[in-house]
Design a protein around this ligand. Structure first.
Ligand code: NZQ
Ligand code: ZN
Length: 394
């Protein structure tokens, strides 16, 4: 197993009614004037805005709204938040929403402590994160894991490229996870979130070095199984509390570091790299992009890295209960099961059905690899990426 350091400082308040911890937790971290960041208004319709602001008012915590944060959040939303935070002398950021809102809040938190433009602070930029405002989240949609990680994804202006911002200062101080808050998430976003969480686990599972990481692999398999079991239950009954609760916790666990790339040889997150380009060009929902790519990516990787057939076979047997004894056959059956799962939760069948133009595949492959190959189990260069997009097309 490779060396690694493990640090996750976020407190999770999980379950029905946990919003009652909101004000005391904010005060614990010195918050007295809160920037309340949220999206396009769903929290005003489902009552979460009232639940949050009532708690703040009861505790005499002042707040100012930063509304309208869009999915795949553009940097303009981040800049707006930085301005509101500064103009109102805020000292705490509370994100109420899904990954887009929490990610934007993380970039705002770093941006308010930096003199230059916030884009400098994205991975590969020339700025440095030396401090960040304290932030926390009230999660309203499960999937990204942003509530329990130190990263965010922001859409820049140039080509709408998605950039990552990441620093230990950006871990939420606490996150409130009330599964009932996810009852109102529309079916498409609920299921996209399930696939996103599954994909985080896949990206961490199919990584070089997995030969030695039994703990990470086996925890990963368990969390994957819980998603595969509970996503159809959410689909059948969006108010199934235990199914929503398991999906919510599984999504957090998927990126919390336990079965992350810790102890493995590192990964460039190929499926996310490709998916982000689909979101950049078509403003496509993040989890949907992953469901479109995963089956082709896995099949292609199995062909290119046959020395990992055993890992694909383990996946098939331990996650999907495939009983086939021959590794090569089991490996293929497992990949077929991923596609069956995507179909079962109503993801679009292929890129064509999702509205992608065939003429754009070359451009998408070019953009996905513009910062280098997307290596995980094996190198995935531009030509490999193009082939994966082609196989996912129809
Ligand atoms: O904007 P509002 O009105 O809030 O509506 C949202 C949005 O339209 C809606 N929604 C959320 N909670 C709801 C609800 N509607 C009704 N009831 C509720 N309780 O759902 C829609 C999608 O929300 P969004 O936040 O965009 O979804 P998600 O959580 O999937 O976040 C996607 C973003 O996260 C990034 C993605 O790239 C994408 O930009 N990611 C962040 C990661 C991280 N920080 O670690 C990792 C991920 O891999 C991912 O890249
Ligand atoms: Zn993701």
């Amino acid at each position: 197993m490779e060396n690694f350091s493990f640090y996750v400082p976020t407190t999770i308040h999980f379950g029905k009614g946990q919003i009652e911890n909101l004000s005391s937790s904010i005060k614990q971290f010195g918050g007295s004037k809160v920037l309340l960041a949220y999206g396009g208004g769903s929290i005003k319709k489902n009552g979460i805005y009232d639940a949050v602001t009532n708690e703040l008012k009861k505790a005499d915590i002042d707040f100012v709204d930063c509304d309208g944060i869009k999915p795949n959040p553009p940097v303009s939303d981040v800049r707006k938040g930085i301005q509101i935070y500064r103009e109102n002398s805020c000292d705490f950021i509370l994100a109420v929403g899904g990954g887009s809102t929490i990610d934007a809040a993380k970039a705002i938190a770093a941006g308010v402590c930096y003199d230059g433009d916030v884009m400098d602070l994205m991975a590969g930029g020339h700025g440095e994160i030396n401090a960040a405002a304290p932030l926390a989240s009230v999660l309203t949609m499960a999937g990204t894991g942003s509530e329990l990680d130190m990263g965010g994804v922001i859409t820049g202006e140039k080509n709408h490229k998605k950039h990552t911002i990441m620093h230990p200062f950006l871990y939420p101080k606490f996150s409130i996870l009330d599964p009932t808050y996810t009852f109102s998430v529309p079916e498409k976003h609920s299921m996209a979130g399930c696939f996103d969480a599954l994909d985080h686990l896949l990206e961490c599972y199919f990584v070089a070095g997995s030969e030695t990481t039994d703990v990470q692999n086996m925890m990963n398999e368990g969390v994957m199984r819980s998603i595969i079991k509970n996503a159809p239950k959410v689909l059948a009954n969006p108010e199934d509390y235990d199914a929503r609760a398991n999906i919510m916790w599984a999504s957090s666990m998927a990126l919390a570091g336990f079965q992350f790339v810790a102890g493995k040889k590192g990964s460039k997150w190929p499926m996310h790299g490709m998916g982000h380009e689909l979101s950049s060009l078509y403003d496509m929902t993040h989890g949907v992009t992953l469901a479109l790519i995963a089956p082709s990516y896995l099949a292609y990787t199995l062909e290119k890295a046959p020395q990992y057939t055993w890992l694909f076979a383990n996946f098939a047997r331990n996650v999907f209960g495939v009983s086939e004894a021959d590794d090569a056959t089991a490996a293929k059956l497992g990949i077929g099961k991923v596609k069956e799962f995507a179909d079962r939760i109503n993801m679009p069948k292929n890129l064509k059905e999702a509205g992608v133009e065939e003429s754009k595949l070359e451009y998408l492959a070019e953009k996905a690899t513009e910062w280098g190959s997307l290596t995980a189990l094996c190198e995935i260069n531009k030509d490999d990426t193009l082939e994966i997009f082609r196989r996912a097309f129809n």
